[in-house]
Design a protein around this ligand. Structure first.
Ligand SMILES: Cc1cc2nc3c(=O)[nH]c(=O)nc-3n(C[C@H](O)[C@H](O)[C@H](O)COP(=O)(O)OP(=O)(O)OC[C@H]3O[C@@H](n4cnc5c(N)ncnc54)[C@H](O)[C@@H]3O)c2cc1C
Length: 345
């Protein structure tokens, strides 16, 4: 066993609303946890797919923005100090002979965990890729789906694809600093914030940005050294654009990913669980939120919260089978209040 592994009582896979509330419910019972999330920020579907939309069916919150819900959950779980491993995908999971788990992430982080809660929603969000032959040869070096180091694009010839907020934000940040910048979008209408569209049009009027309505059609260069990209305009005109880098922002699509290879009983890409403990066919591996399925399952945040509460007790029992379990109220339990940091309140 690797001595570098992180020893922990539990690991939660996924930082959507289900995973975040699981931190809370485990924390109330005094169980420490680590959270692994593929994306660079917590929030799952709420933050990625509909951050500005109001949600109306969270108990006691007549209206709550989706990002606001995530911000509130992050605030609520603060006392428990769960460690987040963002921009890492849970890649391998093995049950050891002693019943503990070895979990390895895409970044090589290794956990030695007593229990695993999979809260992976509809799967890992992956960027939608540029579907052109040979694109793969340039990915990571000249074709990018996210920006890690903006300064590396200064003074370069850039072609940015997409029509949402990410594409527009990077156009606004990079066009004034690039040697040339072209924005390619398949339609005349942009989905991004109107103020960003206005500023993008201003850059175009100043001659700092070229905007083409059309689609990428071909890449030119030697393996590993892209020279240009051909874009076919919606008017049928072909443009060969010299480019050092292509930045592609076509949004994110969920993919079940490695979870499908861990020997879990699945039903149409969802993990089958019971409704007492939300445990999978592998003892000690639990699944909550949109990733699980059972008779009557409804993919709602409310259901995920309920599942997290019962799963916390099941995890506790799995870790400490001899421990007597009893229900405590946050209103009156000194132990819970101490964990919440409100003791004596
Ligand atoms: C437009 C829209 C509106 C909605 N409105 C409502 C509403 O009004 N009310 C309501 O109750 N529900 C609503 N929903 C549904 C709700 O958003 C989901 O039920 C909820 O997000 C499920 O939470 P989750 O944490 O299970 O999964 P997700 O929110 O999908 O989060 C799962 C997280 O796990 C991560 N992940 C996956 N695989 C891995 C891996 N291998 N390693 C690391 N991380 C991984 C993903 O990147 C993701 O961040 C709506 C959904 C949409 C799309």
């Amino acid at each position: 066993m690797s001595d570098n592994s992180i020893q922990t009582e539990s690991v939660i896979i996924g930082a959507g609303p289900a995973g975040l509330f699981q931190v809370f419910e485990l924390g109330l019972l005094g169980i420490k946890t680590h959270v692994i999330e593929t994306l660079p920020r917590p929030g799952g579907q709420c933050s990625e797919l509909y951050p500005d939309k109001p949600i109306y069916d969270i108990p006691a919150l007549p209206i709550c923005g989706a990002q606001e819900l995530i911000d509130r959950l992050m605030e609520q779980i603060k006392p428990f100090g769960a460690q987040f491993h963002l921009a890492e995908e849970a890649a391998q999971l093995q049950r050891r002979d002693d019943g503990r788990f070895r979990l390895v992430t895409s970044a090589g982080t290794v956990f030695d965990a007593g229990a695993i809660v999979i809260a992976a929603g509809v799967g890992s969000f992956q960027p939608r890729r540029l579907s052109l032959e040979s694109a793969e040869a340039y990915e990571g070096s000249q074709i990018h789906y996210s920006v890690r180091n903006a300064a590396s694009f200064h003074g370069r010839r850039l072609v940015i694809f997409g029509g949402g907020d990410s594409a527009l934000d990077w156009v606004l940040a990079l066009a004034p600093k690039a040697s040339s910048c072209t924005l390619v979008h398949r339609r005349a209408e942009f989905r991004g914030a109107p103020a960003s569209v206005e500023r993008m049009r201003a850059l175009e009027a100043e001659g700092k940005l070229r905007v083409i309505e059309g689609l990428a059609q071909g890449l030119h260069g030697e393996p590993g050294a892209l020279r240009s990209v051909t874009v076919k305009g919606n008017d049928g005109v072909l443009h060969e654009l010299d480019a050092d880098h292509l930045l592609v922002f076509f949004g994110l699509a969920p993919k079940l990913g490695p979870i499908g290879e861990w020997g879990l009983d699945l039903d149409k890409r969802a993990i089958k669980v019971d409704t007492e403990k939300f445990e999978s066919n592998i003892p000690g591996v639990f699944a909550i939120g949109d990733i699980n399925t059972y008779p009557g399952k409804k993919k709602l945040i409310l259901s995920a919260f309920h599942e997290a509460a019962l799963t916390a007790f099941a995890v506790q029992h799995h870790l400490y089978p001899a421990k007597k379990q009893f229900l405590q109220y946050t209103t009156t339990s000194p132990a819970m209040q101490k964990r919440l940091g409100v003791a004596g309140a």
